[in-house]
Ligand binder design. Structure first.
Ligand SMILES: [Mg+2]
Ligand SMILES: [Zn+2]
Length: 206
């Protein structure tokens, strides 16, 4: 660890920060999961970087233009701001090897579980501590992203997480921690970093 650098949490979007509702055509349908804004705000206050890393194939599938992905991410940032929270950076992968829309049809290095977005973030933000990195998400691919960049992986059971755990969706993975939601994930991460806020012990006896 490097105490002069910042620990970092790479956050998935759909099913982790906002409710999983499939491809979101209408901005109003992007809604924060209960407690998600407050959880990101706690990372902010602990000076732990919060960076969005999200696969977004809606444009590749021809559902909407890429500009709509940017608009959805802006709405997410606005909703987080209402809770006093911010993201330190936003990365998305719009690619899909089997895409209908030719410009996105490529086998890139940024589609999770490949580590391209995380590597780009480390390159763009040299203040990040690679040895204190976490990935939080609701899919096996999020946990595998963690493994592919030597981060600790937290599976949340919101979104697809419950189905990943039960074997109904994707494949079985071994996260470092399984959390009921992003709030519990942040609790565990702050504890793991030794940054958990403890109530004063032994006050008055010193
Ligand atoms: Mg997700
Ligand atoms: Zn990509």
């Amino acid at each position: 660890m490097d105490a002069t650098k910042r620990a970092v949490v790479f956050l998935d979007r759909d099913g982790t920060l906002n409710e999983e509702v499939g491809y979101i055509g209408d901005l109003d349908n992007l809604v924060l999961i209960e407690g998600a804004g407050e959880a990101v705000a706690r990372l902010n206050r602990a000076d732990v970087a919060a960076i969005l890393t999200t696969n977004q194939t809606g444009a590749a599938r021809g559902y909407y233009p890429e500009e709509h992905i940017l608009a959805l991410n802006r709405r997410l940032v606005e909703l987080l701001a209402c809770k006093g929270a911010h993201l330190d950076a936003v990365y998305y992968c719009p690619h899909l090897p089997e895409a209908q829309v030719a410009e996105y049809a490529l086998a890139c290095q940024c589609r999770k579980p490949l580590p391209g977005m995380v590597l780009e973030a480390f390159s763009d933000h040299p203040e990040l501590d690679r040895s204190r990195a976490y990935v939080v998400g609701d899919k096996a691919t999020d946990v595998e992203l963690a493994q592919n960049c030597s981060a600790k992986g937290v599976l949340v059971t919101t979104g697809y997480g419950e189905d990943v755990l039960s074997g109904r969706y994707q494949w079985s993975v071994k996260p470092d921690f399984t959390a009921s939601d992003i709030a519990e994930a942040v609790d565990w991460i702050l504890g793991d970093l030794g940054l958990a806020v403890r109530s004063p012990v032994g006050e008055g006896f010193s």
